[in-house]
Design a protein around this ligand. Structure first.
Ligand code: BES
Ligand code: MN
Ligand code: ZN
Length: 496
């Protein structure tokens, strides 16, 4: 991730020493009035662009305004916000992200973003703009160096104001988390097999002051984690269960929120092997794990005042002579016997043991799991929206609300008792697949068997975890979906 310095200014806009100044403009704003002083200093160029050479202000449109030579300010870029009444936190971030990308394409290395022209709160604007800029400029260059003449943003200037410095600092810490999640997802699956991924997580945990414990294969066997071990059987590397804990001194004995993330480092499907087309994307099958560890990093860095534990089961799902097979009966840590009907339904297997361990070891206040669990969820909700399934509607509603605030949409799917029948097994306690229909829900119903009475929500992020096309806030590849959602949810839960 390129290092972008974020600072503030309190001088007049016309005197800013930057390559590009972004001016956010509404579609139905009637004049250049918010920028009167700037316009005057620039000989009326901004007013001209907004008036006689009309700039529509449509959401995410941009227009460069040529300036008289010799000034400090290189260029003004008008950025359309769309209609005032249609503005949302997401549309605002996307407009700023598009404007930033346009500025960088125009060789902007130092840019400034003026405050929104409806006198929005300074700190809120600063946080949103910082996020939009840092997330849109994320690049993954571990295996392919950026071309030498590609411009990279080096510095961002935002208007000074009450609380602005803290808001920027906080947004930077959260975006560091998101970028790390993206990095982990984008890694070659050969570079993040369970032992290696566990070590990568442990290194960062040590750096930011999270307690970290790695449960290896031998330990998992002692703990009777039969479902996690079964999935890992086909791989030449054993599974891992990484435990991270954030417990500020004053909260050391608080019942924690437990986060669980699916960490299948590569999903071939196992003996129920997947078609080869598109299988490369299954390197992203640890996106739930990435979101959870990145959230822990972010809350450690912002010093969140509450206890949170993360459990990250990691396994590689491979076909092999030792692989688990359809028909196998496998006993999970809580004693339930799983009839394996499809080895490609491996995510719910490794989550089963992690959830059971979370409940018995930590007596959590609530437990939230994240997983790229089913293609069925993508069929139901599309690629941009995650599904949420729960035994506690209040918890699910909190998560949906957080998703709306940060622009990471989440939508509930029902958990009627009727679905339970679909996973009843004649030879064991439950089957690991529920047939053709309602696949996202029967997967959630399976997980429900491992959480007891603990308030629990399951987020199926199979759609939004990995982007096949770039969006304003993310290039193609790992999205780091749900890091901002979880941080915001945890923050609000204690604040509200
Ligand atoms: N990792 C996949 C789900 C997935 C599919 C994630 C597409 C992202 C994009 C999961 O392990 C899986 O294979 N699920 C099966 C379940 C089925 C065998 C019951 C599926 O969705 O087909
Ligand atoms: Mn699978
Ligand atoms: Zn999978």
């Amino acid at each position: 991730m390129p290092q972008i310095k974020v600072t503030t200014f309190d001088s007049p806009l016309a005197g800013l020493d930057v390559d590009v100044l972004l001016l956010p403009v509404f579609e139905n704003a009637d004049s250049a009035s918010p920028w009167e002083a700037l316009d005057e200093a620039l000989g009326g160029r901004v007013g001209e662009a907004l008036g006689s050479r009309p700039f529509s202000g449509k959401a995410r449109s941009c227009l460069a305004v040529p300036l008289p030579a010799g000034g400090e300010l290189g260029e003004v870029l008008l950025v359309g916000l769309g209609k005032v009444e249609e503005l949302t936190p997401t549309s605002y971030r996307e407009a700023i992200a598009s404007g930033t990308s346009a500025a960088v394409r125009r060789n902007g290395e130092r840019i400034a973003i003026a405050g929104r022209d409806d006198a929005a709160a300074g700190a809120e604007h600063a946080a949103a703009a910082t996020e939009a800029v840092l997330l849109s400029q994320y690049r993954f260059d571990r295996y392919k160096k950026p071309s030498k003449d590609a411009t990279q943003l080096a510095e961002l200037l935002l208007p000074e104001g009450a609380g602005v410095g803290d808001a920027i600092e906080r947004a930077q810490r959260i975006c560091r988390g998101v970028a790390w999640a993206r990095d982990l997802i984008n890694l070659s699956p050969s570079d993040k097999r369970p032992p290696a991924l566990a070590d990568l997580v442990a290194d960062v945990a040590a750096k930011v002051g999270l307690r970290c414990e790695i449960i290896d294969e031998a330990r998992a066997r002692k703990l009777d984690m039969g479902a996690l071990l079964a999935v890992a059987q086909g791989s030449t590397t054993g599974p891992r269960l990484v435990v991270l804990e954030h417990a500020p001194e004053a909260y050391a004995t608080q019942a924690p929120v437990v986060l669980v993330g699916k960490g299948v480092t590569f999903d071939t499907g196992g003996i129920s092997i997947k078609p080869s087309a598109g299988m490369d994307e299954m390197k992203a099958d640890m996106s739930g794990a990435a979101a959870v560890v990145a959230t822990m990093r972010a809350i450690a860095e912002i010093d969140l005042p509450r206890r949170v534990v993360a459990l990250v089961p990691m396994a590689e799902n491979m076909p092999d002579g030792d692989a688990y097979r359809p028909g196998d009966l496998v006993t999970a840590m809580n004693g339930k016997v799983i009839e394996v009907l499809n080895t490609d339904a491996e995510g719910r297997m490794i989550l089963a043991d992690a959830l059971a361990y979370g409940v018995s070891e930590f007596s959590p206040e609530c437990i939230v799991d994240l997983a790229t669990l089913t293609g069925a969820c993508v069929v139901a909700l599309g690629e941009d929206v995650a599904g949420v399934m729960t035994n506690n509607d209040a918890l699910s509603a909190e998560l949906v609300a957080a998703g709306t605030r940060v622009g990471e949409p989440l939508w509930p799917l029902p958990m009627f008792a009727e679905y339970d029948k679909l996973i009843e097994s004649k030879v064991g306690d439950i089957k690991n697949t529920g047939g053709r229909w309602g696949g996202a829900i029967t997967a959630a119903k399976f997980l429900e068997n491992f959480v007891g009475d603990t308030p629990w929500a399951h987020m199926d992020i199979a759609g939004p975890a990995y982007r096949t096309k770039a969006k304003p806030l993310a290039p193609r590849g790992g999205a780091g979906f749900a890091v901002r959602l979880l941080v915001d949810w945890l923050h609000e839960r204690d604040a509200g």
